[in-house]
Design a protein around this ligand. Structure first.
Ligand code: XIL
Length: 423
């Protein structure tokens, strides 16, 4: 009976939160936030773990750009060499990742950026064609799922998927403090043996978060839980640069579309202070990693971009050198590349050492949009690298929109060639 009451309470709490904006999460296994999308959006299931608010049939799928961007000339390429490290553009010296000559990594690196990366995990590292492209073209990997909170501190995740909800909640609570790093270690070991940098992803996120964290209601407990989680996860891979953790996405998707803080358990219980708590814990756990705040829909100079810049400046003014970098995910629709320069310029104006494009994919993979994003990073000194959210359309989280640089057979698409041509 008490379990039933707890579930009813949870359901009421979930329903009382605000509706979700475009491209936000609206469902998925163990998701406890709002399942209501804003007017004109539909909640579309992407997979068992993630449903997303997408524009409905009669909504434009391509938001009209709000800012037009003058084309800025691209700097002249530096003399290509395979051994020298370009002048550091961000926080400091970064080792040279290993990749093939004339691949995307090699070309972008010679233009003064640290990496051209892609997300990966054991489920894509066991596909030979995918690995061949990663080895050749990319110098950095981001774990797509394996370092998320529910992956490392949620032992029974997959088994429970087949059980009833009641059973699920009870055992989920028992997973607190039970860490399992199998998939994360596999990703890190692969990067180590292949000379790739790693962007750790992600430490504090409202999504893919175990239910027991969502149920915490007092400040002291949640603070300790955040600190312990970060110490255990970031501490595990700390202290190394090449082949290990270059950067961490410490806080992910913490803003509403209007630029205020999202109604997450972290904000409800701790207010804005959770940001500093999380970043200070990450600094302590891994003093050499570059610490990022990361978000989506920062795709025109909008309220969310302004909210991000204000928060970063506020936090860094109160405690200097807390947040090192801002990541913009860039899960784009066709046509949205045109505002990428304005956005990167706005983010780079914040009091941070560097910025990065962290999860790039573009519906239909138009060459023009991809090259606009790459040019924007080239033209923004603080932009240190670009990571695409997958290699092939076959394994993309939004596979049906064919948003990546390689087709389902791992062959380069037109956008790949267009990027290679401008680099
Ligand atoms: C996505 C993964 O690609 C999916 O496999 C998973 O089911 C849901 O999460 N923003 C993020 C990423 O920060 O972690 C998300 O990755 C995509 C949106």
């Amino acid at each position: 009976m008490s379990k039933l009451l707890a579930l009813v309470t949870l359901a009421i709490a979930a329903n009382s939160v605000a509706a979700v904006g475009p491209w936000g999460q609206c469902g998925g296994l163990n998701y406890s936030g709002s399942t209501q999308c804003d007017a004109g959006l539909n909640c579309v299931k992407l997979n068992d773990w993630y449903s997303q608010c997408q524009p409905g049939q009669n909504q434009p799928t391509t938001p009209a750009p709000t800012t037009s961007v003058p084309t800025t000339p691209i700097p002249t390429p530096t003399t290509p060499t395979t051994t020298s490290n370009p002048a550091p553009t961000g926080t400091g010296w970064v080792p040279v990742p290993s990749a093939s000559a004339n691949g995307l990594q090699d070309k972008l690196y010679k233009r003064g950026k640290h990496y051209f990366g892609a997300c990966a995990d054991p489920n894509t590292l066991n596909i030979a064609s995918n690995v061949a492209v990663l080895q050749r073209e990319f110098g950095q990997v981001t774990p797509e799922n394996s370092m998320k909170w529910d992956a490392v501190e949620r032992t029974f995740h997959r088994i429970l998927h087949n059980f009833r909800e009641l059973m699920y909640v009870d055992i989920d609570a028992a997973s607190r403090g039970q860490f399992s790093f199998g998939n994360a270690d596999t990703l890190v070991n692969w990067a180590t043996s292949n000379g790739k940098l790693i962007r750790g992803h992600t430490l504090v996120w409202h999504s893919q978060l175990p239910g027991w964290v969502n149920n915490i209601s007092d400040r002291a407990t949640l603070t300790t839980v955040i600190q312990n989680h970060i110490q255990t996860v970031a501490g595990r891979y700390a202290g190394k640069l090449l082949d290990q953790i270059l950067a961490w996405d410490v806080c992910n998707e913490i803003f509403e579309e209007n630029g205020t803080l999202r109604n997450s358990v972290f904000n409800r219980v701790l207010g804005e202070s959770f940001v500093t708590i999380a970043f200070q814990a990450a600094r302590k756990a891994d003093p050499t990693a570059v610490l990022y705040i990361n978000d989506y829909n920062l795709d025109s100079v909008n309220s969310k971009v302004n909210g991000m810049v204000s928060l970063v400046n506020r936090v860094n003014q109160a405690n200097p050198n807390t947040i090192d970098g801002i990541g913009t995910q860039m899960h784009l629709q066709a046509g949205m590349g045109s505002t990428s320069q304005a956005v990167l310029t706005a983010l780079a104006a914040a009091n941070v050492k560097e910025i990065a494009v962290t999860e790039l994919d573009i519906v239909g993979a138009p060459s023009n949009d991809y090259t606009q994003v790459v040019r924007a990073c080239l033209n923004t000194p603080k932009c240190v690298g670009i990571t695409v959210w997958g290699v092939s359309d076959a394994n993309s989280w939004r596979s049906s929109s064919t948003p990546l640089l390689f087709d389902r057979s791992y062959n380069p698409k037109a956008a790949y060639t267009a990027i290679a041509n401008i680099l």
